[in-house]
Ligand binder design. Structure first.
Ligand code: NAG
Ligand code: NAG
Ligand code: NAG
Ligand code: NAG
Ligand code: NAG
Length: 338
């Protein structure tokens, strides 16, 4: 398991996240914990990406603070003019800007260690058909699934019991805050699910959902709170960031740039990231920020993920104050196409 820097459940909706079925691990990432992600992936049998140990070039992540140049972002029309083998360039992590001091946990129970139990009495917490924001993609019941038993699984920590989830208590904790999910369709599902859990007590004229866009926002006026989803399947800048037209033949990313997305997520109070399945769809083209002629390099998905996670982790380490923000990373997702 990766490090956990926060187990306290009294201020923020950790309990709800667990109820949602998110396997959450907290972060304060460093290279070794990212390495662990790879080691823990049992289906990873592919070769590691090419090592060019003798001539490693380091690239400073483009965090938007060091450069005066206006960044040019990739979009779905971006193309590579040429593609060469991965040069071995690595991202140089920020020096020691990492804010020390993890939040001390006063919680004696580790809510991250537990198991799923079947609970036919107090679950489900909401019915699909009662949620006006349920998306067709996720509406199992509406599309004829007859076995609805999956709605009854409840997270049970080994050493304590969680309080039953209470919608008004959660809204009080979210008052004046922005909670944002960032990632791929798995996190979009978690976001919709949380919105469905929470929306029922907000009168229809006091809540709103923005149109589908890279950033989609559910707003509860009385609580001055939002629950948002940012489509950023690779976390870093990529040509797959259009929330609708993202299934492209050629996957291109800018491994040293999280700027396009971090400008949207940086002011959120609670961040839940995920990224996984998109790295398992074959090689990825790398378009480094400094490359001006559309020349790309190509790298296998695992190596590309490592680069992207490095840039992302660097952003988290250098730009978030653990006293003020909570950051979670959902480590692994099952496929959910059927
Ligand atoms: C990095 O991760 C390793 C293993 O998870 C841990 O032992 C080490 O203390 C971490 N370093 C920092 C700076 O957080
Ligand atoms: C869901 O629907 C069932 C059957 O219609 C009902 O008994 C149950 O109370 C509903 N649950 C919620 C959380 O609304
Ligand atoms: C939820 O919490 C509120 C405020 O603490 C309380 O008034 C309410 O009875 C609770 N609802 C349930 C179903 O426990
Ligand atoms: C609403 O919340 C935002 C933070 O998301 C805060 O900046 C703003 O001051 C709040 N407004 C009110 C009226 O409380
Ligand atoms: C690709 O190459 C053409 C011709 O050399 C050039 O005009 C174009 O600007 C290049 N594309 C990019 C994205 O640099």
């Amino acid at each position: 398991m990766m490090q956990r820097w926060n187990r306290k459940k009294s201020h923020f909706p950790i309990v709800a996240l667990i109820l949602l079925g998110v396997v959450v691990c907290s972060i304060l990432h460093n290279e070794s914990s990212i390495q662990q992600i790879h080691e823990e992936d049992p289906s990873n049998q592919g070769p590691k990406h090419q090592q060019h140990a003798s001539t490693v070039t380091y690239v400073v992540p483009n965090l938007g603070s060091h450069s005066n140049l206006a960044p040019v972002f990739l979009d779905r029309f971006s193309r590579c003019n040429s593609t060469s083998e991965y040069s071995g360039k690595r991202i140089r992590w920020g020096d020691s800007h990492v804010k020390k001091g993890r939040r001390k946990s006063s919680e004696s129970c580790d809510v991250f260690a537990g198991k799923w139990v079947f609970d036919s009495e107090s679950y489900p917490l909401y019915n699909e058909s009662d949620c006006p924001y349920m998306s067709d993609q996720l509406a199992c019941h509406k599309h004829g699934r007859s076995d609805l038993g999956y709605q009854h699984w409840r997270w049970q920590p080994h050493d304590c019991n969680l309080k039953r989830w209470n919608v008004t208590e959660m809204w009080e904790k979210l008052r004046g805050k922005r909670l944002m999910f960032v990632g791929d369709s798995l996190n979009r599902g978690q976001w919709i699910s949380l919105v469905c859990l929470l929306q029922s007590v907000i009168p229809a004229d006091k809540r709103s959902m923005s149109p589908n866009a890279p950033l989609t926002i559910f707003r509860a006026e009385e609580y001055n709170a939002t629950i948002e989803f940012l489509w950023a399947p690779l976390l870093v800048d990529s040509n797959s960031d259009d929330p609708v037209n993202h299934r492209l033949d050629e996957r291109i990313m800018r491994p040293d740039s999280v700027l396009k997305h971090s400008s949207k997520w940086e002011h959120a109070d609670i961040l839940v990231f995920n990224s996984y399945l998109w790295w398992r769809q074959g090689p990825v083209k790398l378009s480094w920020s400094a490359e001006e002629n559309g020349a790309c390099e190509e790298l296998d998905g695992l190596g590309a993920m490592e680069l992207a996670m490095g840039a992302w982790a660097d952003w988290v380490a250098s730009k978030t104050d653990p006293q003020k923000k909570r950051v979670f990373f959902v480590t692994m997702s099952p496929t959910h196409l059927w």
